[in-house]
Write a protein that binds this ligand. Structure first.
Ligand code: HEC
Ligand code: HEC
Ligand code: HEC
Ligand code: HEC
Length: 343
């Protein structure tokens, strides 16, 4: 698809940088082009519609300075310089087990989860210049970048934007690969691709070899613990745009339930995929934790019982949508992690 028209080496990087969820979104591109043309807002975007690539975190910094400062201090950013020198886990042993390119930044499998291969144009050779970064979580941006902050023309301000335009802006940027913070299900699913090692696109035997050579699979990955510590960036207060807001109890509870609903689906599907003890145990552990949470809310959220009986993504997505305005903090209060453990 997107990268097929380009030369061999670029195709390799193009595809290797994009994960399953992004690929899935690519199928929507022809629709997107039609949509944009019919709204007349993107002659230029339709010309570029087949050029999806990562641009790297520096491109976002210009307008999202506070978010950038937060990201810079996370392990996603700092691991870039240290990962190959870790003493506790040997990157060298893992690479050997993988069997491909011997440099971690050249190795396709490692790049999928550890780096952001960025380009300035589709003709540019991708550079590995950062670890997982903005677009890892918000989607490869070459197409949505020009759409997501366009209120309806150069001179139109945020306040002047019409509600219809706002709706179409959010829809078309999300159809071209952007994951908005409000798309909580997609955000949580995206973390699991890497942290859960649940992506069907990854070769099971290769992952098995890597895990047996010491690659971590952390069964304790839980969305609140992992998203509300160093990773948290919530500069939502217009009165104080430099204030990184903490979640309210209701928001925390929704994040917790969303993480577990997604983990339940992913881990149930993946548990037998990679036949090695550490992996199977990690997935079982996720299923057990998610089962407890889903049982705790099923009195108030009937879809939780459906999901327990049938761990399917469609049901989990509906569940997440159904709790959008709910406060489940009372139901999960004994299950929520201690903030001291936030990563
Ligand atoms: C030229 C300035 C500019 C650049 C560059 C830019 N953004 Fe934005 N971004 C904005 C503006 C303005 C908004 C607010 C849009 C709105 O009001 O809905 C925004 C909104 C967002 C949001 C949604 C925020 C919310 O409150 O829901 C995300 C996520 C985001 N940008 C991510 C990125 C990422 C990732 C990059 C880099 C790949 C990037 N942006 C680059 C200007 C920019
Ligand atoms: C493209 C793959 C990828 C995605 C998607 C991803 N991560 Fe990561 N994450 C990593 C890798 C790789 C590391 C380890 C980095 C290192 O040590 O160099 C990591 C490390 C972390 C750490 C530090 C862990 C520790 O032990 O302190 C946190 C916290 C984290 N990720 C949270 C998240 C959250 C939350 C999400 C989803 C919103 C997410 N990550 C999505 C790949 C990813
Ligand atoms: C499916 C995604 C995925 C792939 C593919 C992958 N990693 Fe990782 N790797 C991760 C995540 C996620 C972490 C962090 C785990 C955590 O802290 O929860 C990690 C952690 C590590 C660590 C330990 C550092 C730490 O933060 O604990 C090393 C070393 C490592 N990976 C090496 C490699 C090498 C070498 C390759 C390629 C052969 C590779 N990884 C491929 C996802 C991946
Ligand atoms: C590990 C995944 C991850 C990474 C990396 C990441 N984000 Fe986010 N981002 C999120 C999540 C999750 C939210 C939703 C936060 C919420 O609403 O609680 C979010 C929210 C946002 C928002 C809206 C909130 C705010 O702060 O205004 C913007 C804008 C944004 N991200 C931009 C960026 C930029 C720019 C980068 C890179 C410098 C980045 N993000 C890196 C996961 C990530």
């Amino acid at each position: 698809m997107l990268c097929e028209t380009t030369e061999e080496v670029r195709r390799k990087y193009c595809i290797m940088g994009l994960r399953e969820n992004e690929m899935r979104r690519l199928g929507l591109i022809p629709f997107l082009t039609m949509f944009l043309v019919s709204f007349g807002i993107a002659g230029q975007a339709s010309a570029q519609a087949f050029d999806l690539f990562y641009q790297g975190p520096k491109v976002c910094q210009e307008c999202h300075e506070e978010e950038y400062k937060v990201w810079e201090r996370t392990q996603h950013a700092t691991g870039f310089r240290t990962i190959h020198r870790r003493k506790d886990v040997s990157a060298k042993d893992i690479i050997e087990a993988e069997g491909g390119e011997t440099s971690i930044r050249q190795n396709e499998t490692c790049v999928l989860c550890h780096f952001t291969p960025s380009q300035t144009s589709i003709d540019d050779t991708p550079k590995i210049a950062a670890g997982p970064s903005c677009e890892t979580c918000h989607g490869a941006s070459s197409i949505w970048m020009a759409i997501h902050d366009d209120y309806g023309g150069k001179d139109v301000t945020k306040e002047q934007e019409t509600p219809e335009h706002k709706r179409s802006r959010i829809l078309s940027s999300s159809d071209s690969g952007m994951i908005w913070p409000s798309q909580l299900f997609d955000i949580a699913e995206n973390c699991m691709f890497c942290h859960g090692m649940t992506n069907e696109e990854y070769d099971a035997r290769t992952l098995k070899n890597m895990i047996e050579a010491g690659h971590p699979v952390r069964g304790e990955f839980e969305l609140v613990i992992y998203s509300q510590g160093t990773v948290r960036h919530r500069f939502y207060d217009p009165a104080d745009p430099k204030k990184n807001l903490e979640m309210t109890p209701a928001e925390l509870a929704r994040m917790f339930v969303t993480g577990h609903a997604v983990a339940f689906v992913k881990a149930s599907a993946a548990q037998d995929r990679i036949p090695t003890k550490k992996y199977v145990e990690a997935q079982k552990r996720r299923i057990a934790a998610a089962t407890t949470t889903l049982n705790a809310i099923k009195g108030k959220v009937p879809l939780a019982a459906d999901l327990l009986a049938n761990p399917r993504a469609g049901i989990a997505r509906k569940l997440v949508a159904s709790i959008k305005d709910m406060d489940l903090s009372a139901e999960v209060k004994d299950l929520l992690p201690d903030p001291k453990n936030y990563k």
